[in-house]
Design a binder for this molecule. Structure first.
Ligand SMILES: Cc1cc2nc3c(=O)[nH]c(=O)nc-3n(C[C@H](O)[C@H](O)[C@H](O)COP(=O)(O)OP(=O)(O)OC[C@H]3O[C@@H](n4cnc5c(N)ncnc54)[C@H](O)[C@@H]3O)c2cc1C
Length: 240
């Protein structure tokens, strides 16, 4: 079996090398890592927290997921469509025409949520409460015309647990390395692209550096990295 993530020490620094790095082991990082494993990449996931907190904020969350046109909605007598959901989203979110990217995101989401969110989660063992709910506690102003809030069976804690298990038991899991207690502090760039990241171990403060062709920052403060646009191009240019 080949060594999955190269780890060595140079001048007191821990070094890693992988195809892809995911910074953050919340639900976003876990989903990204699953997709990368699916694509046959070796993945190094770095999280500053302890392993017991794997899954991040989702562990505290209610676990309601916005889905359009689901079997749960049909069973409850609602014929929902992406067009109706998009009209609601734009109205509720008060998005003017000038908000190009938020509107483009909304449009992509309402058209793809059934297959790419609900379907994707179900394939990985996530179940749903059989009745859809109204978002924002049923606020009935214009923009909330159908119940679209699909509650994960077992709430956010179960969502995080099921996906963390899916990651660890993935058929390509030999390509996965999880490192907790690793706080990323900066991205490493070279030749106009992101090449990796640097940080410190939470326990002891030892420095580490990790290299990869693809770096995904999946933690809430990722925007603090100065090279954010370069990171985006690295993600798009990554092998997957
Ligand atoms: C009470 C509550 C209820 C909620 N209910 C819902 C709901 O019903 N539906 C819904 O859609 N959303 C809900 N949310 C919001 C949802 O939980 C979050 O949006 C989601 O979990 C965020 O996931 P994430 O992976 O983006 O971030 P996080 O879960 O915050 O994960 C980020 C990870 O990055 C790690 N990290 C941070 N900084 C660094 C660093 N420098 N180096 C390395 N690692 C780092 C953290 O340790 C963490 O593990 C709720 C939230 C709460 C608190």
């Amino acid at each position: 079996m080949p060594l999955i993530v190269h780890r060595c020490r140079t001048l007191g620094r821990v070094n890693y090398r992988s195809d892809a790095i995911v910074v953050g082991g919340g639900i976003a990082g876990i989903c990204a890592a699953l997709e990368l494993l699916e694509g046959g990449m070796r993945v190094l996931l770095l999280d500053r927290d302890e392993e017991t907190a794997f899954g991040g904020l989702a562990r505290e969350a209610f676990g309601g997921i916005f889905v359009v046109g689901s079997p749960e909605q049909r069973r409850a007598g609602f014929r929902d469509t992406p067009e109706a959901a998009l009209a609601d989203w734009v109205s509720f979110g008060e998005l003017p025409e000038s908000e190009h990217w938020p509107r483009a995101w909304a449009s992509a989401y309402v058209h793809r949520s059934l297959a790419d969110v609900r379907g994707w989660l179900k394939e990985r063992g996530v179940g749903f409460f059989p009745i859809p709910h109204w978002v924002e506690r049923g606020e009935r102003r214009r923009g909330n015309s159908a119940p679209r809030f699909h509650l994960v069976w077992g709430t956010g804690q179960e969502l995080a647990s099921v996906l963390a298990r899916a990651l660890r038991t993935h058929r390509n899991a030999q390509g996965l390395t999880l490192k907790f207690g690793h706080r990323v502090e900066e991205l490493v760039t070279g030749a106009g692209a992101v090449r990796g990241c640097r940080g410190r171990l939470e326990a002891g403060g030892e420095e580490f550096e990790a290299e990869a062709d693809c770096v995904i920052a999946a933690e809430p403060l990722a925007c603090r990295y100065e090279v954010r646009s370069a990171a985006a191009s690295a993600i798009q240019g990554g092998r997957s």
